[in-house]
Ligand binder design. Structure first.
Ligand code: XIL
Length: 481
C-alpha cells in the first residue's frame, strides 16, 4: 500500500482517537505523545511509520474494558498481538470445540483503530490443553494440522502475520520436547508452516522465541533452522525476537544478530518487548530502561529487514512481568497510571521524534538528588482543591524561586491517607497513592528563574480531601503558600 495512503489513514485515526479521548475527558496530555499534544508525528506509530516500521502492543480481552488503557493503545500503536486469545487453550479447548470469540474481539478492536494484527500463536508447548498431550503419537500430526488450518482459515486475510511455532528451542539450541516434537520430530515445524501457508497465503509466517536477541547458542540454532527451511523451500517469512529484557542487559550483538537473519531474506520483528527491573523501581533503573528502549529501537531501525517493534502490553499495570517474575515489574513505557515514563520519551527520540526533554541522561531523577540540589534552587508551591463526597481535583502551582532556570522537573509530595490518583494533567504522576512523584511532560520541562508551572490531578478519597503535603522540586523542599 502506498506509504502516503497508510500515513493518511493513520493520521485520520490518530485525530479520531484524540477527539474521543478529549470528549471522554479521560486522557491527560501525557498519554498523547510528545511535544504539543497530538502534534503530527508525535506518536510511536506515526514516528515508526515514518521510518517504514510499525509499533505494536499486546492486548488481552480484559484490557479492552479499561478505557484508559485502550485510549493509549489506540493513540500510540498500530499493531496488536492478542496476549492470550489466539493460543490453543482458548481457541480449541477440546478436540471438537473451536472458540474464536475472544480473538475476534481483539481483531475487532484492531480494525476499529486501523491497527494490524500479529496472530499469536498456532503451535506452542505452553497454554496447550491437556487433550493434545494425551493423544496417541500417531494422532498428533492430524490434530496439529487441523488446528493450524482451522485457525489460520478463520483469520484468513485478517492477520498481518502468524507466529506459527512459538518457542521451539531450549537454551542450548536443541529442539524442545513437546507433544509435537515427540510425535513428529523436528519435521513438525515445516509441517506447521506449510499448513499455515495453505490456509492463509497472505499472512507472514514467523518462528518466534526468547533469548535469541543476541548471538548465542539458541539464536545460532534458530539461524540454522530457518536457513535450512528456506533452502528446502518451506514457507518462512520472519523471525520474532521476543525481547523480554532485564534492565541494562540488552545484548551487545543484537544488531549483528538482526542483520544475519535479515541477510537470509527474512523479516525480523521485535515481538514482545519489555525491560524489567526489581520493584519498587529505582530512578537509576528507570533511566537505564530509557537507554535500553532507545538501544533496541536503534538496533531495529539500523536494519531494513527489521519490520517493527511490539511491546508486550501497554503499561506496567497490565504487564505480565509481575505475575511471571516475582519481585520484578515496571517493565514497559507507561506507569501504573498509564502516564508515559522516561522510556517512552527515549523511544520517541530514538524514532526520530522530539520528546527528548528531559532526555534519559538529563532527567531530574538522574541529574539531581536530594543531597545535591542545584545551586540557587528554591521553590514555592500553592495548591487549590475542589472536593466532593468521594473525589477531588487538586491543582498545583510550582514556582521556581531559585536563581537559575529549571530544565526538567520532578515534584514529590505526600497524599493524605486514603487518596488515590485516578488521572493527571500537565505531569506524569505515579504511584497512585502515598509518596508520589509528578514529572514534567517534556513540553513543560522548563521553569525559568522566577517563573512557575502548573499541573493537576483527580483523586479518590475515603473521607480526607485535604491537599497534598511535603512538596519538593528536584529534591529541594518547597515552601507552601
Ligand atoms: C504470556 C501472557 O502475557 C500471560 O498472560 C500468560 O499468562 C502467559 O503468557 N512468550 C510468549 C507470550 O510468546 O505468549 C507469553 O505471554 C509471554 C512469553
Amino acid at each position: 500500500m502506498a506509504a502516503q495512503l497508510r500515513a493518511a489513514l493513520r493520521r485520520g485515526r490518530a485525530l479520531a482517537a484524540l477527539a474521543v479521548a478529549a470528549a471522554g475527558g479521560l486522557l491527560a496530555a501525557a498519554t498523547l505523545g510528545s511535544g504539543p499534544a497530538g502534534a503530527a508525528g508525535g506518536t510511536l506509530h506515526d514516528l515508526a511509520e515514518a521510518k517504514g516500521r510499525y509499533f505494536g502492543t499486546a492486548l488481552t480481552q480484559s484490557n479492552l474494558s479499561n478505557s484508559t488503557l485502550t485510549a493509549v493503545a489506540g493513540a500510540q500503536f498500530d499493531m496488536v498481538t492478542p496476549g492470550n486469545e489466539m493460543k490453543w487453550d482458548t481457541t480449541q479447548p477440546s478436540a471438537t470445540t473451536f472458540n474464536f470469540g475472544p480473538g475476534d474481539q481483539i481483531v475487532s478492536f484492531a480494525k476499529a483503530h486501523s491497527m494490524r494484527v500479529r496472530g499469536h500463536t498456532l503451535v506452542w508447548h505452553s497454554q496447550l490443553p491437556s487433550w493434545v498431550g494425551s493423544l496417541p503419537a500417531a494422532q498428533v500430526q492430524a490434530a496439529m494440522e487441523n488446528h493450524v488450518a482451522t485457525q489460520a482459515t478463520h483469520y484468513k486475510g485478517q492477520v498481518y502475520s502468524w507466529d506459527v511455532v512459538n518457542e521451539p528451542f531450549n537454551e542450548d539450541g536443541s529442539l524442545r520436547t513437546s507433544a509435537f516434537y515427540n510425535a513428529m520430530g523436528s519435521g513438525y515445524i515445516a509441517d506447521a508452516l506449510r499448513t499455515a501457508r495453505a490456509a492463509d497465503p497472505s499472512a507472514k509466517l514467523y518462528l518466534n522465541d526468547y533469548n535469541i536477541e543476541g548471538v548465542n547458542a539458541k539464536s545460532d540454532a534458530m539461524y540454522q533452522l530457518v536457513s535450512s527451511l528456506k533452502s528446502q523451500g518451506v514457507p518462512i517469512d520472519g523471525v520474532g525476537l521476543e525481547s523480554h529484557f532485564i534492565v541494562g542487559q540488552i545484548p551487545s550483538t543484537m544488531k549483528a544478530n538482526i542483520q544475519r537473519f535479515a541477510a537470509l531474506g527474512l523479516d525480523v520483528a521485535v515481538t514482545e518487548l519489555d525491560d524489567r527491573m526489581q520493584v519498587p523501581a529505582s530512578a537509576a533503573n528507570l533511566a537505564q530502561q530509557a537507554t535500553d528502549y532507545a538501544t533496541v529501537i536503534a538496533n531495529c531501525l539500523a536494519v531494513s529487514g527489521c519490520v517493527g517493534i511490539s511491546q508486550w502490553g501497554v503499561g506496567d499495570a497490565d504487564s505480565w512481568i509481575p505475575g511471571a517474575f516475582g519481585g520484578y515489574g515496571a517493565a514497559t513505557m507507561y506507569d501504573d497510571n498509564y502516564q508515559p515514563k522516561a522510556s517512552y520519551r527515549s523511544a520517541v527520540t530514538a524514532l526520530g521524534g522530539t520528546a527528548g526533554s528531559p532526555s534519559p541522561s538529563s532527567s531530574p531523577s538522574s541529574s539531581s538528588s536530594p543531597s545535591t540540589p542545584p545551586t540557587g534552587s528554591g521553590c514555592r508551591v500553592s495548591t487549590q482543591i475542589n472536593a466532593w463526597a468521594t473525589g477531588l481535583t487538586e491543582n498545583v502551582t510550582v514556582s521556581n524561586t531559585g536563581g537559575s532556570a529549571v530544565n526538567g522537573w520532578s515534584v514529590k509530595f505526600t497524599l493524605p491517607g486514603g487518596q488515590t490518583v485516578t488521572s493527571a494533567w500537565n505531569a506524569a504522576v505515579s504511584p497512585a497513592g502515598g509518596q508520589v512523584t509528578a514529572t514534567d511532560l517534556a513540553y513543560n520541562a522548563a521553569i525559568p528563574a522566577g517563573g512557575s508551572t502548573g499541573f493537576g490531578f483527580n483523586a479518590n478519597h475515603t473521607g480526607n480531601p485535604a491537599a497534598a503535603t511535603g512538596f519538593s522540586l528536584n529534591g529541594v523542599a518547597c515552601t507552601v503558600g
